[in-house]
Design a binder for this molecule. Structure first.
Ligand SMILES: *Cc1c(COP(=O)(O)O)cnc(C)c1O
Length: 204
């Protein structure tokens, strides 16, 4: 994966690799950690909490749509809340994890079902989250399924918005589109399948 980042014109020392262990058991998270992957990403609160209880030395990233009532469960262990897309979620995070580091998820493609704040509303949300005492580090985006190259303009728009707001982190790019994201200025890729293979089907 780091070779792919380099081949896309990124410096692997500057593009953080978040290994997405969702769908796999704690043993996979444990192996990833032993292999030197310190940043692990999870989508589901229960799964994150269960793995955090048994795997040490990890910076856990909450990367998926998060319900407000799940914030408390994972607040003690989350290092970076990547998918904050509305003020009510930020308020819950500020309450259970004061001063926490967060990213604002941007909907750069007009796909509200994936979550994300419409780009035009991002500056106001960033300001409101900072006013709650949260440490807003950057922006995050999930590109639509489809040809990776089609995601380029959306990634570029997210990077430009982060620049304009003076935010250093741009979490963009997954297994299928990380080259496009890196070429457009990603500083953090979130990669599951390319590291761990096909995920087992989700239960329940
Ligand atoms: C599942 C997921 C990823 C990783 O996806 P892969 O295609 O397995 O690399 C990254 N980001 C988010 C938000 C995800 O839900």
């Amino acid at each position: 994966v780091r070779e792919r980042v380099r081949a896309a014109g990124g410096d692997p020392a500057q593009v953080a690799l978040v290994a997405v262990t969702k769908g796999f058991g704690p043993e996979v998270a444990s192996v990833a950690r032993a292999a030197g992957l310190v940043d692990l990403g999870e989508n589901y609160a229960q799964e994150l909490a269960a793995k955090a209880a048994v795997v040490d030395g990890v910076r856990w990233h909450a990367i998926g749509r998060l319900q407000r009532n799940k914030v408390r469960l994972v607040a003690p262990v989350v290092a970076l809340w990547q998918s904050v897309d509305r003020l009510a979620l930020g308020q819950q995070i500020a309450r259970h994890a004061p001063g926490a580091a967060v990213l604002v998820q941007v909907d750069a493609w007009g796909e509200p079902q994936k979550g994300g704040c419409p780009a035009a509303e991002v500056p106001a949300l960033v300001e409101a989250l900072a006013a709650l005492g949260l440490d807003v580090r950057g922006l995050m985006a999930v590109a639509p399924a489809g040809p990776p190259a089609a995601a380029g303009p959306g990634f570029a728009a997210v990077a430009a918005l982060a620049d304009r707001l003076g935010l250093p982190v741009r979490s963009m790019g997954m297994s299928s589109d990380l080259e496009v994201a890196v070429a457009e200025g990603s500083t953090m890729v979130r990669v599951g399948g390319a590291l761990f293979g096909v995920r087992p089907p989700r239960q329940g």
